[in-house]
Write a protein that binds this ligand. Structure first.
Ligand code: ADP
Ligand code: MG
Length: 391
């Protein structure tokens, strides 16, 4: 007996059939004697009537510039609809339930509309409903500012809602239910046979999530680490154990191969080494504040296509040649910090060379190494690395 937070994503609440599977997980946790707080996302994907992107399209169709506050107010409705539907479905089974918006659930955020951060949660409104024996169904992805304006937390925001609620409510466990049975070494959509991992550390998961493994949002994992909360990622549609994200590391030498698509980069070259101060300037204009490459005369940075002007004027200032690289992808391999990064890098470099894949630039971090490759070789890179390490 304890308090469990269960989060269900868009594909889980999408249809009557999928909601039946959701209901079963909720009722099972409740019947086991737990207090249950459910966090739901909006139903389905673009094209489905109440999906986030469908709602945004409604505003776009009006022409003109969209007020970010208005957009957040509208977007928040998707999750509220899901919460009302699930609470009603639960009550139809004779179990008491209460739907709550983020506002009602006491979720206070910054005023960065569209990408707000949770700054505090007052646990009392939810605790009051739990004391009445109710299952609370909270709308994910949203909160309110100090001025009572509705905000949304950005893509993957419901994951964050669930974990941070878990933290403030002192939950025993947070379960993130989705359409795949846990976190796999790589996206099962790219490598269908990808192995699912029984346990992962916070840092391993953060590295994977920050580099494109969208199964859980990196902010949610960071919050779990701060609250020292165990998070289980599992499927709504089967009974498998899923992946436990906690303090303990996986047993794998390489636990993740993540892919970030649709990136643009800029390559700076000069006859002489860039100075420390110049490198800081390059870093400051880049998207991820990272310098790629292993020479100090040739640096690659990630730079949105819309910011080419800034990239160009910095090239003038540094008296460097710049070339803009479009349609790039980043493949990031996450490994144990006990293995030698040189060994891992040498092996991956050989694997990619063996497939005739050219690496535009690379960068080693503490527990991962990222390779920038052309978009059309990205999936091939992921498959080749997976095959070499897991077969
Ligand atoms: P939800 O709507 O439940 O939040 P998401 O679409 O955000 O679901 O996340 C689930 C998807 O994440 C999966 O369908 C899968 O394709 C993708 N994914 C990407 N990388 C991974 C990975 N390493 N392990 C598992 N799933 C992954
Ligand atoms: Mg998600």
């Amino acid at each position: 007996m304890g308090l469990i937070v269960q989060k269900f994503g868009g594909t889980s609440v999408k249809s009557a059939e999928s909601r039946k599977a959701v209901l079963n997980h909720i009722l099972k946790a409740k019947a086991a004697g737990n207090d249950v707080v459910v966090v739901v996302s909006a139903m389905g994907r673009r094209g489905d009537p109440y999906a986030t992107d469908t709602l945004i399209d409604l505003l776009r169709e009006q022409g003109g510039k969209i007020n970010p506050k208005t957009q957040d107010l509208l977007m928040s409705c998707g999750e509220i609809i899901s919460a009302c539907v699930m609470a009603t479905y639960i009550e139809a089974q004779g179990v008491k339930a209460e739907a709550m918006t983020g506002f009602q659930a006491g979720i206070l955020t910054t005023d960065d509309f569209g990408n707000a951060d949770i700054v505090n949660i007052d646990p009392e409104p939810i605790q009051a409903k739990l004391r009445e024996g109710k299952v609370v169904v909270a709308a994910g992805f949203q909160g309110r500012t100090r001025n009572n304006e509705i905000t949304t937390l950005g893509r993957g925001g419901s994951d964050t809602t669930a974990v941070v609620l878990g933290g403030y409510l002192k939950a025993d466990l947070v379960e993130i239910y989705t359409d795949v049975p846990g976190i796999a070494v790589t996206d099962p959509r790219v490598v269908p046979e990808a192995q699912f991992i029984p346990k992962l550390s916070y840092d391993e998961t953060i590295a994977m999530a920050e580099n494109g493994a969208k199964v859980i949002h990196p902010r949610a994992v960071k919050a779990a680490k701060e609250f020292n909360l165990q998070v289980r990622v599992k499927s709504t549609f089967d009974e498998s154990e899923g992946t436990l994200v906690g303090p303990e590391a996986s047993d794998l030498t390489i636990c993740g191969i993540s892919l970030t698509k649709d990136i643009a980069a800029a390559k700076y070259e000069r006859g002489a080494d860039f100075t420390e101060a110049e490198l800081i300037k390059l870093q400051s204009i880049s998207n991820d504040k990272t310098l790629y490459g292993d020479s100090s005369r040739q640096i690659v940075i990630l730079l949105d296509e819309g910011r080419k002007d800034i990239g160009m004027s910095l090239a003038d200032e540094l008296k460097a040649q710049v070339s803009f690289l479009e349609n790039m992808s980043k493949v990031t391999v996450v490994y144990k910090d006990t293995v030698s990064s040189k060994e891992v890098d040498d092996r991956i470099t050989a694997i990619l060379a063996g497939e005739d894949i050219s690496v535009v630039a690379k960068k080693q971090f503490e527990n991962c190494c990222s390779y920038i490759v052309e978009e059309d070789t990205a999936k091939k890179s992921v498959k080749a690395i997976y095959k070499a390490f897991f077969k």
